[in-house]
Design a protein around this ligand. Structure first.
Ligand SMILES: Nc1ncnc2c1ncn2[C@@H]1O[C@H](COP(=O)(O)OP(=O)(O)OP(=O)(O)O)[C@@H](O)[C@H]1O
Length: 736
């Protein structure tokens, strides 16, 4: 049945009538040009393989009464509100949303999420805010629901929308809560709870929308078809004894939650069959010791013996395992306890239980057929439960500081009586006489084991990356196009380790991380080098751009250009899906360094300005045009040195006119202004000699953004769809 009509509102029971409403069925667009792409695994699933062991999902169990529980949360709050507090229900305003018909183009996961936002989200945030702050008269929303856009616009085509959530608005600078005007005063003593909530983490609940197609419905139906004892959580396949050490306290569940998990179910979730449940979480190093004999140093086994036939992320259909892993990882990142899966007409709600690392999942239900209670009541119950749970966790986290857990992995002190240790020490003294910097040693090695250790990440097993292009800083005897073979296993002196410690940027070419390097010398001493940067590219077009960026840096290195990143190599993931460019850290962008963050004006010294101009002059002299001179690509390091980064849009052999034009842009940017990239750049003689590799035609899962720079992002994201480069006029030109 469908309850497609907006409720008729009577004065009595207006709220009840609103709560009993369920939306009309949505139908896929009849326009063949508007497809509902079947969900595929998004490229960023790479990160989900690096979740901390303590945060990884171990099992999925059914929770039959979750939906009823959540509806009751709304019922209880409605029952506790007095007629006086209820005041006037803004029926006309709210029912306008309920009447909103789906647009005919509804198909993709992003349009499903947008439809949900205007027809359900707007109403439910208003009602939930009223129930949480009953004294308010205005029915304004202090909890919000939104789909957050990302810099990677190609994600819209994956058929999965994972960036929607319930949240409280916070000030970006000081993380103070921004409630609907007047609500802060009404909260009285409870205001501190909400403040704490905002500081604790403003995201309260996670939504995963899937495109409107039969594949999505099948996926939703399969979400609990796993063995109860263990969930097959996918990790990297490298065999390696990791050196990462961390103290980490698993976030706690609230002592009392607005839903109930029967004791029996909780007990069965807590039952850890160590053999069974850890089997999938155990990286291969613990199960296969074949590479270590008694007296030998442990060898590491890469994740594959062959290079993948393409390094680019291949669109593979999303499986139920993949979807659960994706949703779990997203909820972990949001630190939310509830996850809602929605594919237009069907829905499932889940509880992420932190302590037992279990996902408790409701049965699938038809959102259009919700009756007693209606769909709006269930959603309001879900919103309020999410908020109350987050407030409780924020409060408890403040009250009981969690004990600091020491990592069980300890570094062994070398045994002074160990003759091999003594020999190693002697050798290290010898090598100390002629020390090579660690980065120079790593530059001669072809295998990189990559580990993530920041936020929710602490890789249970590293990813294996093989060198695809040489270091441009330290000389190597290798031929320029040398492709190193992949060995069966690697001794410590044959590889280097890279630890990603934070994410510092996310652009059209890739995700940029800060990184530390560790190498073990032949003599056995471990050396480290901090302050590196690794940019990872996933999609084919991004990878073409990254390889081009490397080629540009190669040209600049040949011409001895300084003031640009030093590149230590390009690497390919042996499990496919990613390539990575290793560079030195050039500091912070002049955009991020602006003294007044509320203004767009950047400020640099005259010496720095002169240096930026000098660098660009030498770049031009090397026969390269940057093509993206913006405040986000001009960096200053901790010593005040200037750097120009991000050459993925760069072009070879520019005309004199184009170089002059770019220098004028540099003048504007270093004066604190911004160039308007929507302006077509003028034509000059010899422009046709300029060349650059064209990005491949976007696959159906990718949207073309040729030469469109990354929009400047705020939180929530602002609409910058009109931004464009001065190069767009040229993007249709033929190129070699
Ligand atoms: N070598 C570096 N050192 C320090 N920070 C860096 C470095 N390279 C990049 N970054 C940071 O990462 C951000 C994104 O990097 P970059 O511009 O190279 O990526 P992109 O994917 O090409 O982005 P865009 O969409 O702007 O072209 C930069 O704005 C800068 O803040």
């Amino acid at each position: 049945m469908t309850c497609s009509e907006a409720p008729e509102i009577s004065t009595m029971g207006e709220l009840g009538t609103l709560l009993s409403w369920s939306p009309a069925q949505v139908h896929a667009s009849t326009n063949p040009a508007i497809r509902a792409p079947p969900p595929i695994l998004p490229p960023h699933h790479f990160y989900n393989k690096h979740l901390r062991r303590e945060l990884i999902l171990k099992r999925v169990l059914s929770l039959p009464f979750l939906v009823e529980n959540l509806s009751q949360t709304a019922t209880k709050l409605v029952d506790s509100i007095t007629a006086d507090e209820l005041g006037e229900v803004p029926t006309t305003e709210l029912s306008t949303h309920l009447q909103t018909r789906p647009r005919r183009e509804i198909a993709g996961a992003d349009t499903i999420a947008d439809y949900y936002s205007i027809s359900i989200g707007e109403v439910c945030t208003a009602i939930a805010s009223k129930l949480l702050i009953p004294q308010s008269r205005d029915w304004g929303s202090s909890v919000c629901w939104a789909r957050f856009t990302t810099a990677d616009r190609t994600l819209a085509a994956t058929g999965v929308e994972e960036h929607a959530c319930l949240y409280v608005l916070t000030d970006k600078e000081d993380r103070n809560i921004t409630l609907f005007p007047g609500h802060a005063e009404l909260l009285g003593d409870r205001l501190s709870d909400w403040q704490r909530l905002a500081a604790f983490g403003p995201k309260l609940g996670t939504w995963i929308h899937l495109s409107l197609c039969p594949e999505s419905e099948r996926l939703l139906a399969d979400l609990d078809h796993f063995p109860e004892t263990s969930f097959p959580y996918k990790l990297c396949r490298t065999v390696h004894s990791s050196q990462t050490e961390s103290t980490f306290t698993r976030p706690r569940d609230a002592a009392s939650v607005p839903w109930s998990i029967p004791d029996k179910l909780l007990a069965s979730a807590s039952f850890i069959d160590s053999e069974q449940s850890n089997k999938n979480l155990r990286p291969r190093n613990q199960s296969r010791r074949s590479e270590t004999t008694h007296n030998e140093k442990p060898r590491s086994v890469p994740s594959a013996r062959r290079r993948p036939h393409t390094t680019a992320h291949l669109p593979s259909p999303l499986t139920a395992e993949g979807l659960v892993q994706l949703a779990w990882a997203r909820a972990t990142e949001n630190n939310s306890s509830l996850i809602v899966f929605n594919c237009g007409n069907y829905e499932r709600i889940c509880v992420r239980h932190r302590e037992t690392q279990t996902l408790f999942i409701s049965p699938v239900f038809d959102v259009t057929a919700c009756k007693d209670p209606g769909y709006i009541q269930l959603q309001v119950g879900t919103y309020t439960a999410m908020t109350l749970d987050a407030i409780a966790r924020a409060k408890e986290a403040k009250r009981t500081p969690a004990p600091i857990r020491r990592s069980p992995r300890k570094r062994r002190n070398p045994d002074p009586t160990d003759s091999r240790a003594k020999k190693r020490q002697k050798m290290s003294i010898k090598t100390r006489e002629k020390p090579l910097p660690p980065i120079a040693i790593a530059s001669q090695r072809d295998m990189m084991f990559l580990t993530l250790q920041y936020g929710i990440h602490c890789s249970p097993a590293p990813a294996s990356f093989i060198r695809a292009a040489q270091c441009l800083v330290h000389a190597t005897k290798r031929k320029p196009n040398y492709k190193p073979p992949i060995k069966r296993s690697y001794k410590p002196e044959e590889y280097f380790e890279l630890l990603l410690t934070s994410q510092i940027g996310d652009g059209a070419t890739g995700v940029v991380h800060s990184a530390n390097l560790r190498v073990v010398t032949k003599a056995g001493s471990a050396l480290t080098h901090d302050n590196l940067v690794l940019k990872i590219a996933f999609q084919e077009r991004q990878q073409v751009r990254m390889r081009h960026e490397y080629a540009i840096y190669q040209r600049l290195a040949e011409h001895g250009v300084t003031g640009v990143p030093q590149v230590y190599g390009l690497f390919e993931d042996l499990e496919g899906g990613a390539i990575a460019l290793l560079m030195n850290n050039c500091g912070k962008t002049i955009w991020d360094l602006r003294p007044d963050k509320k203004r767009a004006r950047t400020v640099i010294t005259s010496v720095q300005r002169a240096r930026f101009i000098e660098i660009l002059t030498s770049v031009h002299r090397a026969g390269v045009r940057h093509c993206d001179i913006r405040a986000e690509n001009l960096l200053i390091d901790t010593d005040g040195e200037a750097f120009i980064v991000d050459f993925d849009r760069g072009r070879f052999e520019p005309s004199e006119g184009k170089k002059k034009w770019e220098m004028e842009i540099m003048d504007v940017v270093t004066e604190g202004g911004h160039h308007d990239f929507s302006m077509p750049s003028p034509k000059f003689p010899d422009d046709d000699k300029e060349w650059w590799p064209r990005s491949p035609v976007p696959t159906p899962t990718e949207e073309s953004d040729e030469d469109t720079p990354k929009p400047r992002r705020f939180w929530p994201a602002t609409d910058t769809s009109n931004e464009d480069t001065d190069e767009t006029d040229e993007s249709n030109e033929s190129a070699t």
